[in-house]
Design a protein around this ligand. Structure first.
Ligand code: SF4
Ligand code: SF4
Length: 217
């Protein structure tokens, strides 16, 4: 899941200052779950923009605006309102914003309403936790399923730094040291031997951008 958060309204009004007729696009997946682009947020945005003198020409909430087929269908259904719009304000992650821009046959400005923060898991209470940095070289098999690239702020691959203090991370003592967690988990699984193996530095070319996965070229 991609976590995004709405920008402050004042910042959005600066981005929208040249435009009066605005069409809103939300996201039925991630942005709905993290409350930055579901129906309640779109209705609130609509009311706030109207209160600031803007016209909201309409809105749609594709299940996943980052999927071309879905955003194309929703934009086609709303073509009349879109033709009457000067800008599209997208309440979704940066992927959604760019997908709207790439799949819109018209030429309105596409404006992000949200900041995209991190990839996350969601717990049963609806809280979000960053667990993977998409490094392209997964080591979870040897770290007992705990990601040192993400949970250790230094991304250390061969055990803790010298700053670990009573099991807490020196960078933020609210957080457990990732390597203490890994050690305890390996100990529980009787796999401590694996710590003796020195891991080579990561190949940062594997996390070089932009990535592509061309399955249907
Ligand atoms: S090592 Fe961590 S950042 Fe890399 S792919 Fe695995 S979970 Fe993601
Ligand atoms: S204390 Fe642990 S989690 Fe924090 S930077 Fe050092 S090794 Fe990483």
């Amino acid at each position: 899941m991609i976590v995004s958060q709405q920008k402050p309204l004042e910042e959005l009004l600066v981005s929208l200052k040249e435009y009066n007729k605005i069409f809103l696009v939300g996201c039925g997946e991630c942005a709905t779950s993290c409350k930055s682009g579901g129906q309640p947020e779109l209705l609130k945005m609509q009311a706030e923009l109207i209160a600031k003198g803007k016209t909201v020409t309409g809105f749609c909430i594709p299940s996943a605006p980052c999927v071309a087929a879905q955003i194309k269908t929703e934009l086609a259904k709303n073509m009349l309102a879109l033709r009457d719009s000067e800008a599209i304000l997208v309440l979704a992650c940066g992927l959604g914003v760019q997908s709207v821009k790439d799949n819109n046959r018209l030429t309105q400005a596409t404006i992000p309403a949200n900041n995209t923060i991190f990839g996350a898991v969601m717990d049963a209470a609806g809280n979000f936790y960053e667990k993977c940095s998409m490094c392209g070289e997964c080591v979870l098999d040897i770290t007992a399923g705990i990601c040192p690239v993400t949970l250790c702020p230094k991304g250390l691959l061969n055990g803790p730094c010298g700053g670990v203090n009573k099991g807490k991370c020196e960078v933020d003592n609210e957080n457990d040291c990732a390597w203490v967690l890994i050690y305890k988990e390996l100990e529980k699984n009787k796999k401590l031997e694996s710590l003796k193996e020195i891991r080579l530095p990561r190949d940062h070319k594997k996390s070089g951008k932009p990535h592509k996965l061309l399955l249907n070229k």
